[in-house]
Design a protein around this ligand. Sequence first.
Ligand code: XIL
Length: 350
Amino acid sequence: MPMPMPMSRHVIALSAAVCLAAGLAAAPASAEPRPRTLGELAKKHHKYFGSATDNPEFTDAAYLKLLGSEFGQTTPGNAMKWYATEPAPGVFDFTAGDEVVAFAKAHHQKVRGHTLVWHSQLPAWLTERSWTAAELRPVLKNHIQKVARHYKGKVIHWDVVNEAFNEDGTYRESVFYKTLGPGYIADALRWAHEADPHAKLYLNDYNVDGIGPKSDAYYRLIKQLKADGVPVEGFGIQGHLALQYGFPADVKQNMQRFADLGVEVAVTELDIRMNLPATPSMLATQATWYADYVKACLEVRKCVGVTIWDYTDKYSWIPSVFPGEGAALPYDENLAPKPAYHAIRKVLGG
Ligand code: XIL
């Protein structure tokens, strides 16, 4: 008696394919491909979409889950500022910044370094005494280079100088300007470049969304820095908007004129606040503004990405700094997406 033939490989493969096809046809909705995240959608346009974060939030698991899954980039909201990184003269502490960088690495996110030179959130040891230029120069250089060296290879950008101008386009009278003169900006950029030649070096400010005296001051400064061979490579537009002040005019044209100077542009701290309580109509306007702002970036090739200044109203900085205002971010206090989230998705092609 011939032995019964074992089922041929062919038959096995065929029946597996039939089962698979049948299985797929009957697949429940839950097996549908997962919707693309904001980060993934932006990537299709060769841009990133990111969110700032802050260390106290790292104990909130639900928050971290969304931060790590939805966004392709993050910026430490406070961890890399001077008060945090050099709490005593010459004493550096990278604990908080390292925590953000480790999270970003684990979730394949880019990191923007924020910020090396700023008039605000300085340590008391720096603000509570007077300085001569000869004293302050080496302190500034050492700070910039120690921090930039520590994060070398870990950040794509540095906001080297933050908020250098007043609204009328004159230089802000920070301790750095008053002590060292306007040349502190070029020096800071050169020192940062020495420490991390691969990070793109940015100047960053608010109320520079459209064309006006403050953005004009940056336009002139960046043009001059470029002419002098100073390593400036990006203009950061914070984008802290408020419904009551109206949507800025010429956002796209403003981005484009910086791009035409030969620098890239990034939207670095976008949020859109409103007077509380938020109404459905205010949230609808907010959604349109988010979409219009993101669209402007999509339409300028050298606009490299958009970062929102955290993603949930639960952790927004707005209520503490602008009393009576808030609801500024695309997710509400319970981490549920708001109309703004859906509007951003749509404009990104989701
Ligand atoms: C804000 C932080 O979000 C707050 O937590 C902190 O108390 C104050 O600073 N422009 C900037 C950011 O460049 O560094 C600021 O961040 C918001 C305005």
